[in-house]
Design a protein around this ligand. Structure first.
Ligand SMILES: *Cc1c(COP(=O)(O)O)cnc(C)c1O
Length: 489
């Protein structure tokens, strides 16, 4: 059988083709000679069946939430309900163009408007832009909004953004990309922001504070209200990294806690597919005083005519994305929110937190892997360490690679950076107790292997399409494309 899982250029044979076009029944219009290709086009010559088998083979090599448990902490790899896909494929939503006259796309605009309203309500904010394409893009948008608002108030000298040491790397990156200065704030022994360190930076140069709550330690920031008050008193604004909204939705609203601006990852909390590099969506929600600075246009409801219209906020920072953002993701998130309703969304967060705490309690009971903040309840994820008692030469990376042999996607590893040998498990609410128990059993079995046969872990994975990779080389000298030679070899 041909190697369907190899490079597609290695498949097929000269002259083989996927389609037979009928002879045209209209006169041919000759192209000007300058537009005609002079050489052959080095494309694979394959049948339709070759193409189908090739891509099905590739898809089977990949791991996906539809194949198995995917506890990648901070990424909220929950199940993507298939009803979302049905909604996104409705012709009236899928077959429209962003340049159509707004009178012809009122339904799509109503969906966007209602999504803006629902996200504002869930977060405790006044206004929302749906434009940003992901969380990191939302962060940049949000910090640019903060900066524009401060410049408009004559406070352009405020250039310092405080970022906790537990933050996701996108937070300091966003700050730097916005032309502002990053100041790292340590965490205290309990995993909260160190308030004494925070107080030391509340000067006249403070632009704001970026905080993730719950934090990437999987902990609810116990001093969040006081932190927001301190930052506001010093003239700064508080940016909320909303990536962990899945822990608190319907229970507490970040806006009510004092957050001024926050992005929401639709592809995490609201179940739009992610993980394959597909389109994301990172709407940004703001308090009323920041609404004039939102990117535009946003959808507004004209009370006089009852029509949905495009509106440019008065002091808009400008467009951050072509057209109106990734609309297909908005349809999926809208469907998810409508299917759950307010009660259902709250239940989602409660179950996500329950699943993570079950995982934390069982990990502590099994006793193989330390849980550094195990004295506190965790939120939607739990951070443990791959420091197995009695197997000192084994590291988190080895455990993660061995989990692949057991059929699991590994958890997030070596993040947050402040926990040595971290691995961060986010089970999400969509997994059953049976799945969590099987995963815990795999972790226990791997700990036993680490003690009796550490080499088995150092050389894992053994049953995956690719074995242990040289990750440094892959990062430094990536081979991103293979250009076929002219002879097709
Ligand atoms: C995922 C994540 C981000 C970035 O979001 P993307 O949508 O991946 O760009 C930022 N902060 C935290 C805590 C995250 O988990």
């Amino acid at each position: 059988m041909p190697a369907y899982d190899s490079y597609i250029y290695d498949l097929g044979a000269p002259g083989r083709s996927g389609v037979d076009m009928p002879d045209p029944d209209v006169p041919l219009t000759p192209l000007p000679a300058a537009y005609l290709r002079q050489d052959g086009l080095p494309l694979p010559e394959v049948s339709e069946l070759d193409v189908v088998r090739h891509y099905v083979h590739l898809s089977q090599k990949n791991y996906a939430i539809d194949k198995g448990f995917y506890p990648l902490g901070s990424c909220t790899m929950k199940y993507n309900p298939k009803v979302n896909e049905r909604a996104a494929r409705l012709p009236g939503l899928a077959d429209i163009h962003p340049l159509q006259d707004s009178s012809t796309v009122q339904g799509a605009m109503q969906l966007m408007y209602e999504l803006q309203v629902m996200l504002a309500e869930i977060g405790g904010f006044a206004a929302v832009t749906l434009q940003p394409a992901a969380g990191a893009h939302g962060e940049l948008t949000g910090v640019l909004i903060m900066r524009a608002a401060q410049i408009a108030r004559g406070q352009g000298h405020r250039t310092k953004i405080l970022v906790p040491d537990s933050a996701h790397g996108t937070n300091p990156a966003t700050t730097a990309m916005s032309g502002l200065e990053v100041v790292e704030i340590p965490s205290d022994a309990a995993g909260n922001v160190d308030l004494a360190a925070l107080r030391g930076h509340l000067g006249d140069d403070l632009a704001g504070f970026m905080i993730t709550n719950p934090s990437t330690l999987g902990l609810f920031e116990q001093n969040i209200v006081e932190i927001c008050e301190l930052v506001h008193e010093a003239g700064g604004l508080v940016y909320g990294d909303g990536a962990n909204l899945n822990a608190i939705m319907g229970i507490v609203r970040p806006g009510d806690l004092g957050i001024d601006v926050m992005h929401i990852n639709l592809h995490k909390t609201f179940s739009t597919p992610h993980g394959g590099g597909g389109p994301g969506s990172g709407p940004v929600a703001v308090k009323a005083e920041l609404a004039p600075f939102l990117p535009g246009p946003i959808v507004a409801l004209d009370p006089a005519s009852g029509a949905y219209i495009w509106q440019q906020p008065a002091q808009s920072i400008g467009r951050v994305k072509s057209f109106h953002g990734n609309f297909g993701m908005m349809v999926r998130a809208y469907t998810y929110i409508r299917m759950h309703g307010a009660e259902g969304l709250r239940r989602v967060s409660e179950d996500a937190v329950l699943n993570a705490n079950y995982m934390q309690a069982r990990l502590q009971q099994q006793g193989d892997y330390p849980v550094p903040h195990g004295d506190r309840f965790c939120m939607h994820e739990v951070v443990a360490q791959g420091k197995i008692v009695g197997a000192e030469g084994v590291h988190t990376l080895d455990v993660a690679k061995r989990l692949i042999d057991y059929g699991y996607h590994p958890p997030t590893i070596y993040f947050p950076l402040i926990v040595p040998e971290a691995f961060m498990i986010e089970p999400t609410e969509t997994e059953s107790k049976a799945t969590l128990d099987d995963f815990l059993a795999a972790l226990a079995a791997i700990a036993a292997e680490a003690r009796s046969d550490p080499e088995l872990l150092h050389t894992a994975p053994h049953h995956a399409p690719v074995r242990r990779l040289d990750e440094v080389r892959a990062a430094r000298t990536p081979v991103l494309a293979r250009v076929p030679a002219a002879d097709g070899q």
